[in-house]
Design a protein around this ligand. Structure first.
Ligand SMILES: [Zn+2]
Ligand SMILES: [Zn+2]
Ligand SMILES: [Zn+2]
Ligand SMILES: [Zn+2]
Length: 335
């Protein structure tokens, strides 16, 4: 029948099947049908129905309000009749043993042993099934599935939120470790500076003592030059005693410093730190926390029932699984 080929999927929809105006379609124009003529077995748009009315005044037509009297779209018929297992075949049989629709292939392959396999055309006697009830049931399931879809979507967002949070936490941990190392470096540097100050002071002291001795010996030497051959017996006596005293003092000093002790600084790195760090492969672990929450029900209720403040203050209450990063700050020893 020509009418069936005129049905088509409505634009922007994957489920609604609608009919196009037959004459418009012949002129390669897509125009939704507003009427169906059961005499012509054709569809007409608002324009074409006028012309049709002038030509065929006695034809019976049905508008949009009476689509129940329109034919079943071919797509719908094909979709329903197609065998679920064999794309090219139509379901023509019903197996009561398996409570299954089957095409000839199905019945040949899977239902040869079955006791009651009948032609569908022979099974349709009796009261028609309550399609309205089934339709309502499907709608209810669709609502549940939609809720589930929303939940997945929400979970995706919570997952992203938790990722961002834990990334921040990771960076903070790194910063804390940096601060700790800064502090350790500062302490080590202070120790170096303290040592340097002490060593410099000690060297300066040695230098001063040496210079003092040199000055005293120089003054004595000059004094002796001034009194030699001047017949001053008392001064000569005193000078000789002072000279002997200073010479003895100087010899002791030279003796004590006969080996020059050179002082330099050397850094011995704490190898424990490097060894520990080289053994680490990460700064912490990521744990996937999962939480079962019923799909139905009021999300606010879930919030109180589970009371996981960390999850629920920042994350959506319908969180199922979210990435959770735990820094094992004390795991495996301390730095
Ligand atoms: Zn038309
Ligand atoms: Zn007509
Ligand atoms: Zn089949
Ligand atoms: Zn069967």
């Amino acid at each position: 029948m020509a009418t069936f080929s005129q049905s088509t999927m409505a634009k922007g929809s994957d489920s609604v099947i609608d009919f196009c105006c037959s004459p418009c379609l012949e002129h390669k124009t897509d125009q939704w049908a507003e009427f169906y003529c059961e005499n012509c077995l054709k569809f007409y748009c608002a324009n074409c129905i006028n012309l049709h009315g002038q030509l065929f005044g006695k034809h019976v037509t049905y508008g949009r309000r009476e689509t129940k009297k329109w034919p079943v779209p071919k797509e719908v018929e094909d979709f329903l009749q197609k065998c679920d297992l064999h794309e090219e075949k139509r379901s023509e049989l019903f197996c009561y043993d398996h409570s299954q629709l089957c095409c000839t292939d199905c019945s040949f392959l899977n239902h040869r042993q079955c006791v009651k396999v009948t032609l569908i055309s022979e099974s349709v006697n009796g009261p028609p099934p309550d399609l309205q009830r089934l339709s309502r049931k499907i709608q209810t399931i669709l609502v549940e599935l939609q809720r589930l879809t929303i939940n997945w979507d929400t979970n995706m967002q919570s997952l992203q939120v938790s990722y961002n949070e834990e990334l921040h936490e990771l960076r903070q941990t790194r910063k804390k470790i940096n601060t700790l190392f800064d502090e350790i470096e500062k302490n080590t540097l202070k120790e170096l500076d303290d040592k340097m100050t002490r060593l410099k002071a000690s060297l300066n002291n040695d230098m001063e003592n040496c210079n003092k001795l040199k000055n005293e010996l120089n003054r004595l030497s000059n004094a002796i030059e001034n009194i030699i051959d001047k017949g001053k017996a008392e001064l000569i006596f005193i000078a000789s005693k002072k000279c002997l005293q200073k010479i003895k003092e100087s010899e002791t000093y030279l003796n004590e410093n006969s080996v020059q002790v050179e002082r330099i600084l050397a850094f011995q790195a704490n190898s424990d730190v490097q060894q520990y760090l080289s053994k680490l492969s990460n700064l912490g672990r990521f744990v996937v926390c999962t939480q079962s929450v019923p799909v139905q029900g009021d999300p606010c209720e879930l919030l109180t029932v589970h009371g996981m403040s960390k999850c629920f203050t920042t994350l959506n209450p319908v969180t199922r699984a979210y990435l959770y990063f735990k820094i094992s700050r004390n795991g495996g020893g301390t730095l």
